[in-house]
Write a protein that binds this ligand. Structure first.
Ligand code: UDX
Ligand code: ADP
Length: 466
């Protein structure tokens, strides 16, 4: 008989842990869910009396938190107490790309995972099922197992891999109707019981046939490769977008033609200024690094090309702006619309906007940014993180505004970098009137009605059209 789970702890209240635990709490009222994080500010925001102030913007998430928080969903910084009380512990901490030492710039930094494992081992006095939720390189469970077994209090630990496939911006609906839930377990009797215990949690709302069980290693590797395949499609269509621009083919038409082949399918064929987000780049670099460590250089090179193409796409877009503005943007005002890596999220990790802005700032442009959900402090922190110039300089050259009309006032050019719906509803005639002429518009998301913009008077450039 699988153990019936009554108390869940999730370590890490981020973009994965927060929404996932909220959904478990909403669908399993009989389970107490404690979400813990060492970041006091983040936990305070999750506990803000006004649910609109929770730290993560996702359509529908605030409502769900409102329904469950204080009932069976709790946010706290008391990690030890939550570990002690739990039957099952999800590890949902960040695994950034290493910025130092061996594997710098490629391998995942597992120090936060290791700290969690050590803390669990030190604190646990009863048996626990440990669930890897963060995206991890294949064979991480081995390290977890070793730490838990060598430093624990003799209690039993079962390790599962249950990677999260939700996409940001659609987290709530992805969690509600997942294509699949993947549960990797150790191939032992206890491992199978642990797997079954987690299946029982998901079965409260996910149809049984969508819950896939594999061994731990397949599950860990599937998450990395699912993201690599998706990113590869975006880089493929982006590579075609450049070809379209010189051949007078239209990348949207090409994408439609390719996408109607049911063997290929229509999704992830939207050319853009480049993919961003916390997963794609990190996971591919990870895959490249793992391949290299096993001596598989061709495999590593193959996947690395997806990243090289993506960097090229971002740079190419920024270069196009400079070239079009008569080869100089020095002292010119450029309005950037959108900073998040895609619409409906306030997450900016690896967003194309950061790199485009940095390129333009190097060319001495003056930038104004408008994004409906990203804060000014986040924008400066993203730029400062690149280390290209000082914080003071970034703040002097780039201004963040809360009104799109102010962003475009006396601007030489406007660039759309995120596909926020509200951009399509702007009064573009008024925008045009307040810009300098010729008024250039660069659509990095193929979002707007370009014929209409041209009839207003804009000089329009879009990805994938000559
Ligand atoms: C991704 C995976 O989709 C998800 O399953 C995984 O759990 C985490 O990583 P996410 O990063 O939230 O999710 O966003 P996704 O919708 O995959 O988009 C990633 C990037 O690719 C975005 O910058 C998006 O704008 C870009 N993209 C996506 C395109 O440029 N064109 C497309 O056709 C699709
Ligand atoms: P993701 O997108 O994977 O959810 P985030 O960076 O949004 O990543 O969230 C990870 C969270 O994990 C952060 O809020 C961070 O403070 C938290 N965290 C990292 N290490 C620990 C730890 N040892 N104990 C508790 N929380 C941690």
């Amino acid at each position: 008989m699988a153990k019936s789970i009554k108390n869940i702890c999730c370590i890490g209240a981020g973009y994965v842990g927060g929404p996932t635990m909220t959904m478990i709490a909403a669908k399993c009222p009989h389970i107490i869910v404690n979400v813990v994080d060492i970041n006091e500010k983040r936990i305070a925001a999750w506990n803000d009396p006004d649910v609109e102030n929770i730290p993560i913007y996702e359509p529908g998430l605030s409502d769900l938190v409102g329904q469950t928080r204080g009932e069976n969903l709790f946010f706290s910084t008391d990690v030890d107490a939550a570990i002690k009380a739990a039957d099952m512990i999800f590890i949902s901490v960040n695994t950034p790309t290493k910025t130092y030492g061996v594997g710098k710039g490629m391998a995942a930094d597992l120090k936060y995972i290791e700290l969690c494992a050590r803390q669990i081992a030190a604190v646990a006095t009863t048996d626990k099922i440990i669930v890897e939720k963060s995206t991890l390189p294949v064979r991480t469970a081995e390290a977890l197992r070793s730490i838990l077994d060598h430093t624990g209090n003799g209690v039993q630990f079962d390790i599962l891999s249950n990677p999260e496939f939700l996409a940001e911006g659609t987290a709530v609906s992805d969690l509600l109707h997942p294509d699949r839930v993947l549960i990797g377990g150790e191939q032992t009797e206890n491992g199978k019981k642990a797997q079954k215990a987690l299946v029982d949690v998901y079965s409260n709302w996910v149809p049984k046939e969508r819950i896939l069980m594999t061994n731990v290693w397949s599950s860990e590797l599937s998450k990395l490769t699912a993201n690599a395949f998706l990113a590869q499609r975006v880089s493929s269509i982006n590579a075609l977008s450049e070809l379209c621009e010189v051949t007078e083919a239209d990348v949207n038409e090409v994408a439609r033609a390719i996408g109607t082949d049911s063997r290929i399918g229509s999704k992830f064929l939207k050319a853009s200024v480049g993919f961003g987000g916390s997963c794609f780049q990190k996971d591919i670099l990870n895959l490249v690094y793992i391949s290299q460590t096993y001596g598989l250089q061709e495999v590593a090179d193959y996947w690395e090309q997806v990243i090289i193409m993506n960097d090229h796409q971002k740079r190419r877009f920024a270069k196009k702006i400079v070239k079009t503005l008569f080869n100089t943007v020095s002292g010119k005002k450029i309005a950037i619309m959108g900073w998040s890596f895609k619409k409906d999220t306030n997450d900016t990790r690896e967003s194309a906007a950061i790199y485009v802005a940095d390129y333009l700032l190097n060319e001495q442009a003056e930038i104004t940014v408008y994004d409906p959900k990203v804060t000014a402090e986040q924008i400066y922190s993203d730029l400062n993180y690149l280390g290209t110039r000082s914080d003071e300089e970034n703040r002097r050259l780039l201004k963040v505004v809360t009104d799109p009309k102010i962003a475009v006032e006396k601007a030489h050019a406007t660039a759309i970098l995120t596909e926020w719906d509200e951009f399509t509803e702007f009064n573009w005639k008024n925008m045009y009137d307040s810009m300098l002429k010729p008024a250039f518009l660069f659509d990095g998301r193929m979002l707007l009605d370009h014929e209409e913009l041209k009839s207003i008077g804009f000089e329009v450039y879009t990805i994938g059209k000559g």
